[in-house]
Design a binder for this molecule. Structure first.
Ligand code: 13P
Ligand code: SF4
Length: 364
């Protein structure tokens, strides 16, 4: 018998999916682990055995003994789970269309072109450590692996950059310019020492001198969700609620992060609000599903958690994972069919793992 197709599941109500997911989880027992990123919608998030930010979920995937790792998150996360798990474990994403628009802003051809162009000005192998944000395809992590580079997440970017500058004098950071700039600035690197590599222009749109003088070369990538947050939104909110506390994910712009009292990963945002005094008010620059969940979770403590932007901006690719796709995935597993397996080619996985292992070693 072949795998069951997704189409009939699209017609199911969420509650029916819920019951079927619970039944399938029961049948699969410890052969299955479901990892859920904090941006997942509640109807999916409730089924996660472990939740976390990218770093925590990578570690969870590396430690898991389950035969099937079902990743409710985006594509690069399921790739990392495949790379860090044992070869006999199977990494699955319930909807293959759950990508990351930021990750798509850097591809291997463009990064290799940048590396070649940089070599016209200096010797990149001698002078530059490539650092990729975990929000990137496996072949870019492999690129970092074979060029003595490293991966970072929003949690460990500072530790990773400390390590990277310990190796070579410059860093090429991709794909998120904001995480790179925010972290570099906090380490004492001046804004003028961080230049933008515009991948659509020859030589990244930079002069030879600009490249030679730079400490960090920041890829011109960004997150379409976090770019919605603006410093004026903070000013307006503080006019109304002067006592409010501001917290931002470091994928937000430099101007937003400078105005925020707290900056960190999704896990950091959750812990900071959880550990705060009761009856506090928070303005949060991160994805809507997480902000709404925090507001619901902590309103009994008198904590008010507000979303920074006046316009709704969910991560549409995280939202692709719905109860219908999760039910479809799990019921196929119960019937012995693996659907939507994420399988990174062995040579790519080996080099990517080198860069990921370096990251795990330097992470706090
Ligand atoms: P975290 O690792 O902080 O959860 O961030 C992942 C992400 O994609 C944020 O947009
Ligand atoms: Fe990618 Fe932004 Fe979505 Fe995070 S929120 S997964 S960076 S598109």
């Amino acid at each position: 018998m072949n795998a069951v197709a997704i189409q009939p599941y699209a017609l199911l109500e969420d509650e029916e999916c819920r019951q079927r997911i619970l039944a399938a989880k029961e049948k699969l027992g410890d052969r299955l682990v479901i990892l859920g990123h904090h941006y997942q919608r509640d109807e999916v998030f409730e089924h996660a055995d472990f939740s976390g930010d990218s770093l925590k979920l990578s570690r969870q995937a590396a430690q898991s003994n389950a035969e099937y790792i079902v990743f409710c998150g985006v594509h690069f996360m399921a790739e990392v789970a495949d790379i860090l798990s044992r070869p006999d474990q199977i990494s699955i994403i319930p909807d293959m269309a759950a990508g990351c628009s930021m990750a798509d802003m850097a591809d291997l051809a463009k990064v290799e072109k940048a590396w070649r162009e940089l070599s016209e000005v200096l010797d990149p192998e001698e002078n530059i450590t490539p650092v990729t944000y975990i929000n990137s395809a496996a072949d870019l992590k492999a690129f970092c692996g074979r060029h003595d580079g490293i991966v970072c997440t929003s949690t460990n970017a500072r530790h990773v950059l400390d390590w990277a500058f310990g190796q070579k004098e410059k860093v090429l950071f991709f794909p998120d310019q904001h995480l790179g700039r925010n972290t570099g600035f906090n380490m004492g690197i001046a804004l003028e020492d961080m230049v933008i590599w515009d991948y659509d222009q020859p030589m990244g749109g930079l002069t030879a001198d600009a490249i030679k003088n730079a400490k960090m070369i920041l890829w011109k990538g960004f997150c379409s969700v976090h770019q919605m947050f603006k410093p004026e939104q903070i000013d307006n909110f503080l006019e109304k609620y002067p006592e409010a506390k501001i917290i931002a994910h470091p994928e937000s712009s430099f101007e937003v992060c400078q105005k925020a009292e707290y900056v960190g990963s999704t896990e950091y945002i959750i812990n900071t609000i959880a550990n705060a005094e009761p009856n506090t008010r928070w303005l949060v620059a991160t994805e809507l599903n997480l902000v709404n969940r925090l507001n619901d979770q902590f309103k009994s403590q008198g904590k008010h958690v507000h979303f920074m932007s006046p316009t709704v901006c969910m991560c549409s690719t995280m939202f692709r994972i719905d109860p219908q796709h999760l039910a479809w995935t799990l019921e196929n597993l119960v019937d012995g069919h693996v659907v939507n397996q994420i399988s990174v080619p062995a040579d790519v996985a080996e080099q990517a793992k080198a860069a990921l292992d370096r990251m795990l070693e330097v992470s706090p």
